[in-house]
Design a protein around this ligand. Structure first.
Ligand code: SAM
Length: 223
């Protein structure tokens, strides 16, 4: 694979359509400073999430997997004035870094960060019986991706977009004998997306500044 070319094209797209301001650049820097992994979405993927949000007129968004808040900032910036976002992060240290970055971005009034495991917090959110979410972005641990999908459906309405990052894993998803729990997790999700009659779904392969991977997008069907 010509990864150098993919990177140059990603940079070309980012320069045109997905440029980062100082807040986003400093958010990426803050990960190194705090010793967090560089696992944020790319700038173009952040912009892609914004495009999806505007297409579905998203006012309420749920994110699983905050890390330092990079994707959170892209998403929250595309919310309307009265928009709200909940983001769930299991690691308190990651959450502290994210909270500072969200504050620096001036988005604290729109973003609620909940610390804990998504599998523990999602049933609580469902029990709150609040308005459904317009978009749900799943970017946490991969083994329970299928469980996250089942919870996401319970927090959705017809038209809700459910987006999953990292579902191709450099093509390892093709290995049906894989013992890698992350690969097995996304394989289960991808199969579930193909079989579930409540959603219309597809997967886009992604290349660029990140390794070869894929983003699954499911829209909840009209009843
Ligand atoms: N969405 C972030 C971004 O693009 O800026 C990147 C998220 S990073 C790929 C995955 C994050 O999910 C990590 O911060 C990790 O601590 C968190 N995570 C892992 N397992 C989790 C769980 N069970 N519940 C919630 N968050 C989890």
């Amino acid at each position: 694979m010509n990864s150098e070319l993919f990177q140059r094209v990603d940079n070309y797209i980012a320069d045109l359509l997905g440029s980062e301001d100082m807040v986003l650049k400093e958010t990426i820097e803050s990960l190194d400073i705090a010793g967090l992994p560089q696992q944020s979405v790319s700038a173009n993927q952040g912009k892609f999430l914004q495009v999806l949000m505007i297409a579905c007129n998203a006012k309420k968004v749920l994110e699983l997997g905050t890390l330092g808040g990079y994707s959170t900032i892209w998403i929250a910036r595309a919310l309307p004035e009265n928009g709200k976002m909940v983001t769930i992060e299991v690691d308190r240290n990651h959450g502290d870094v994210a909270q500072k970055n969200i504050e620096k971005a001036g988005l604290s009034d729109k973003v609620e960060l909940r610390i804990g495991s998504a599998l523990d917090i999602l049933p609580n959110i469902i029990a709150e019986n609040d308005e459904p979410y317009d978009m749900i972005f799943v970017d946490a641990d991969k083994p329970p991706y299928a469980e996250y999908f089942i919870y996401a459906l319970q927090l959705s309405r017809p038209g809700t977009l459910i987006v999953f990052d990292n579902v191709i894993r450099e093509g390892k998803v093709l290995d049906s004998n894989s013992n890698d729990e992350k690969v097995k997790g996304v394989q289960r999700l991808n199969k579930m997306l193909s079989e579930n009659k409540n959603v219309t779904a597809t997967i886009l392969q992604t290349v660029g500044t990140k390794e070869h991977d894929g983003i699954a997008i499911a829209v909840v069907n009209r009843i």
